[in-house]
Design a protein around this ligand. Structure first.
Ligand SMILES: Cc1cc2nc3c(=O)[nH]c(=O)nc-3n(C[C@H](O)[C@H](O)[C@H](O)COP(=O)(O)OP(=O)(O)OC[C@H]3O[C@@H](n4cnc5c(N)ncnc54)[C@H](O)[C@@H]3O)c2cc1C
Length: 244
């Protein structure tokens, strides 16, 4: 981990859903990135009234350390959103990181529930390789709930569906708050993540829960899990809040 500023160069931009822009960066000094899947970077952006710092989870799949991707939700009126959305390939930004402890740990004998809203799924995408290795080398079960409004917003859904095809012990569910496909796809559920999570048979002796994204989803889920007797170390959280 480094707190030194590093310079990043945008190498690619693409809309991954109608409201999420994926930005891929390399390091200007040509070095590779050293991070643990699940961590985030902090970008230092030049705003009209001075520097703005905003954090973004690394969304790229592990195994290509010469570049990192972030998935940016379009926040209406958002200062960083506006600056980042205007970036073009070869533009530069300053960054610090990687930071964060929202990473996979050795939890022998436990199953996982991973829950996210929107771009909160980015850390799990970065963990895909690690999750698959864990499925291959243990008997654990992993269930991922991703909350978005409609099927078009299912960020990185194809990657999670592909893993579910390869591994019967990985389950992916899209929690759609507004509309389902017509007819609904087998992985689609109607409702908010926190409502669907409450209906799951979760057991503090068997499950580790990861929660990422919207602070309200995290607080509601946390209270529910504490009520079931989950100890805090079994409920790993990353809240997406603006810093200044
Ligand atoms: C550890 C960490 C990781 C993060 N990872 C990501 C990530 O991978 N992708 C990502 O898009 N964001 C992520 N965020 C959130 C990100 O840092 C910014 O907060 C977000 O981009 C909004 O910044 P902004 O300057 O555009 O909006 P601001 O100018 O800060 O906010 C403008 C207005 O929008 C509201 N607002 C802020 N965020 C949201 C939101 N998400 N939805 C609706 N309203 C909002 C604010 O309350 C304010 O009223 C992360 C935050 C943290 C702390």
């Amino acid at each position: 981990m480094t707190h030194d500023l590093i310079e990043l160069i945008l190498t690619n931009r693409r809309w991954v859903t109608p409201r999420v822009l994926e930005l891929t960066f390399g390091r200007a000094d040509g070095q590779v990135f050293s991070y643990i899947p699940g961590q985030f970077m902090t970008l230092h952006l030049d705003g009209p009234d001075g520097e703005i710092r905003r954090s973004y989870s690394i969304a790229s799949r592990d195994g290509a350390p010469d570049r990192i991707a972030i998935a940016l939700t379009q926040v209406t009126g958002g200062r960083a959103t506006e600056i980042l959305t205007r970036l073009e390939p070869s533009d530069r930004v300053r960054a610090t990181g990687p930071f964060g402890r929202f990473i996979l740990r050795e939890d022998t004998g436990m199953d996982y529930l991973l829950a996210a809203t929107g771009t909160g799924v980015s850390p799990y995408r970065a963990m895909l390789g690690s999750l698959e290795r864990r499925l291959d080398t243990s008997t654990c079960e992993i269930r991922l709930l991703l909350g978005v409004r409609n099927p078009e917003e299912l960020l990185y859904g194809e990657d999670f569906l592909a893993l579910a095809q390869r591994s019967p012990r990985f389950r992916f569910e899209a929690c759609l708050s507004r509309t389902l496909s017509d007819p609904p796809a087998p992985h689609e559920r109607k409702g908010y993540v926190q409502e669907i999570l409450k209906k799951l048979p979760l057991d503090p002796a068997r499950h580790i829960v990861y929660l990422c994204g919207n602070p309200d989803m995290i607080d509601t889920s946390l209270n529910h899990l504490k009520g079931l007797g989950f100890p805090l170390p079994s409920i790993r959280r990353e809240k997406y809040l603006s810093s200044n």
